[in-house]
Every structure is written in C-alpha cells, then in structure tokens.
Design a protein around this ligand. Structure first.
Ligand code: DQA
Length: 152
C-alpha cells in the first residue's frame, strides 16, 4: 500500500490568513500541493483532509486502517488536549508522524505537551509547510520506501 493520509486539525483551514507572523502566508491548498509533489517524487499517493471537529479526525484515523500505509498528522490544538486522538492512533496501529508548522517547544508552555508524541513515530515542528514534506519523507523511510530500503 503506497498511500498516506495527511490529516489536519482545527483552524488549519485558515492557514495563510491566520496569525501569519506565526504560521506564515502559505495556505492549506499550498500545503496540499507540496504534499502531493513530495509523495509523487517518492512513488506514493496521498489523501489530504482537514477538519475542525475532533470526532471527524478520529473517524478519519479509524478509516485509514486498510486504506493507508501511514498518517502525517497536524492535530492543531487537539495535540495538546486530546486523549481521544491519542487512543485512536493506538487503536489502528498505523505509523503516525506528528507535524507542526511552528516550533511548539518555543511557544507557550501549554503547547510543549503533546498527546500525539507518545504514540507517534516522531515529531517534526518549526519548519513551516516544509515540515509536511519532511514528514512524508520520514514516513516513507520508516515504511522502507526510500532508496536503500531499510532506514527508519
Ligand atoms: C500547530 C501548533 C498548535 O499548537 C496550534 O494549536 C495549531 C497549529 C502548528 O502547526 O504549529 O493550531 O499545530
């Protein structure tokens, strides 16, 4: 299976106009194009989704089972609050790479904690939209799909 789910949480639909001093001017459509191009370069496909609703994100994680080889997840503020999302990830046993546009560790203390990190393969933050491409590449490596085959 060579498909990845790129899943985006609350308020990320407003990228480009939302706090550009923090998140930049890149829109979510731009992020999607970047993800498509990175995935294509790696011989993979993506499904790109965004929701402002916790339950919809959980349903998307459940539905990914059997459909996708892994998930790139920017859970937005749910990162810092959602045990339910953490449990959903544990329940489907799919590799997840956590991504954030901003460096959450350099921001308010409440953003330093992540319920996603303990159940993720790893976390990429602070590189803006480029972090999504890095996350796709990291997931491809984890899945053994990069040349050389076995890096994780
Ligand atoms: C974010 C960081 C979160 O703390 C915040 O709530 C977001 C965006 C990021 O991509 O930097 O909505 O996930």
């Amino acid at each position: 299976m060579s498909s990845l789910l790129i899943l985006n949480g609350p308020n990320l639909n407003l990228l480009g106009t939302r706090q550009p001093e923090v998140y930049g001017r890149t829109t979510l459509d731009d992020v999607q194009r970047l993800c498509e191009s990175e995935a294509t370069a790696l011989g993979m496909t993506i499904v790109f989704q965004q929701s402002n609703h916790e339950g919809v994100l959980i349903d998307a994680i459940h539905a990914a089972r059997g459909m996708h080889a892994g998930i790139v997840l920017n859970a937005g503020a749910y990162t810092h609050s959602s045990i339910a999302l953490m449990d959903a990830i544990s329940s489907v046993a799919l590799p997840v790479v956590e991504v954030h546009l901003s460096n959450i560790h350099a921001r308010e203390p409440f953003r330093h904690a992540s319920f996603i990190a303990p159940v993720a393969v790893g976390q990429i933050c602070g590189f803006g939209a480029a972090g999504y491409a890095l996350a796709i590449r990291a997931l491809a490596g984890h899945l053994g799909r990069l040349s050389g085959g076995t890096d994780s």
